[in-house]
Write a protein that binds this ligand. Structure first.
Ligand code: SF4
Length: 385
């Protein structure tokens, strides 16, 4: 097994665990650390890490848990991640976690935060109001105050004020994680086939279940090994995957897209954990620096409105920069932000003559043959037209 295969397998094993099991795995190396769950899309994980906690991505549970209780708290036409996340809280499966943070991405997440809070006595559940407007000075100030509120509440909860020095140190670590992840994305873009989309997705998601101190050497080993890896070469359509910014598709779905003849050259998978386009300089006030980066230096996502940078422009630019021939729009079932944006994206792509295909997924999908045939038909229509 090569270094890359071995690293990807370790990551896959980590993703097979429930959040509390993944935390227990981290505690083997960091015995005293408690967990703090981060519901997508974005939260300032640096503040959590600076509090001496382990930020851990809460991306639902896939096929690992039957939904037996959460169905009774929600309507049936709702995304899977909301139900499976609530199921974790209802079944007391968040042992070892001090709390969790949700944010204002959609009505579902808003309701989920409060229903989970009522069913998790003793845990600190925070709801971040992230700005939904253009990057104005007011927006910047609002975000700074919101991040400071979170820092102060979390410090009060752990009984230890969170210092600027601690946030700056954590920011340095997460800057490194994001820079290495960007490097892997670049490598895949320039040498498609050297690292499959399923492999990169596995690694990026697994890093949300690692302390940054442990993610960095894993990513460094990968980055150092990739130049020696021979790309798999075959006739493929270069595609961008869009629409998976919150609930994550099963890895098998990404594998099916690739097996159907696509080279994925960019995507918005796990985007909240690699949101910033550049390193964030800590400066004298690292919490303010994080807030400013959120307002002015984040990638576009469907859960943010920015009149200065419409999301349709963001997608067209992403496709162009990646040299993509087409866009595969992969959205979670019943995800309103994604499906509403699809209407705008489709119009913009049609106007620019960019071929596109829409597929939907949910956590409990277990057969991918029909979807693979759909993507195959799409890619063959482009390759052999
Ligand atoms: S998957 Fe979509 S609808 Fe569900 S919580 Fe996330 S953004 Fe909201």
């Amino acid at each position: 097994m090569t270094v890359v295969d071995d690293a990807v397998q370790q990551c896959r094993d980590l993703l097979d665990l429930l959040p509390a099991e993944a935390l227990a795995r981290a505690q083997e190396r960091h015995p005293r650390v408690a967990g703090f769950a981060v519901f997508p899309v974005y939260a300032p994980v640096e503040i959590i890490h600076a509090a001496g906690l382990m930020p851990l991505g809460l991306f639902g549970v896939g096929n690992k848990l039957e939904i037996t209780n959460a169905d009774s708290r929600f309507q049936s036409f709702i995304c899977s991640i909301a139900k499976s996340t609530l199921e974790l809280f209802l079944r007391n499966e968040m042992k070892g976690f001090t709390g969790a943070v949700f944010s204002s991405i959609c009505d579902v997440a808003r309701n989920l935060a409060s229903v989970a809070g009522r069913n998790a006595p003793g845990m600190y559940l925070e709801y971040l109001h992230l700005p939904q407007s253009s990057p104005t000075e007011a927006c910047r100030e609002f975000t700074r105050s919101e991040f400071r509120r979170f820092r102060d509440n979390l410090g009060a909860r752990t009984g230890r004020p969170i210092t600027d020095d601690a946030v700056a140190r954590s920011l340095g670590l997460y800057n490194r994680v994001r820079a290495l992840t960007r490097q892997l994305y670049q490598e895949r873009r320039h040498r498609p086939g050297v690292l499959s989309a399923a492999e990169l997705f596995t690694v990026a998601q697994a890093c949300t279940r690692l302390m940054p101190e442990d993610a960095i050497p894993l990513l460094e080993d990968l980055a150092a090994s990739l130049p020696m890896r021979k790309p798999v070469s075959r006739d493929c359509v270069r595609v961008v995957i869009e629409g998976s910014f919150c609930e994550q598709p099963p890895i098998e779905l990404i594998e099916a897209i690739e097996a159907a003849g696509c080279h994925v050259v960019d995507d918005d998978l796990v985007v909240g954990w690699r949101l910033f386009r550049h390193d964030v300089p800590a400066g004298p006030d690292p919490v303010a620096a994080l807030a400013d980066a959120y307002v002015a230096d984040s990638c576009y996502t469907s859960v943010r409105f920015n009149a200065a940078q419409p999301r349709t422009t963001g997608l067209l630019r992403r496709a162009k920069d990646a040299g993509a021939d087409a866009v595969v729009f992969a959205a979670a079932k019943f995800c309103e932000p994604a499906l509403l944006d699809y209407v705008l994206f489709r119009k913009a792509l049609d106007e620019q003559g960019v071929p596109h295909l829409k597929i939907e997924f949910e956590e409990k999908m277990w057969t991918f043959d029909r979807l693979r045939t759909e993507v195959e038909t799409f890619t063959e229509s482009m390759l052999f037209e």
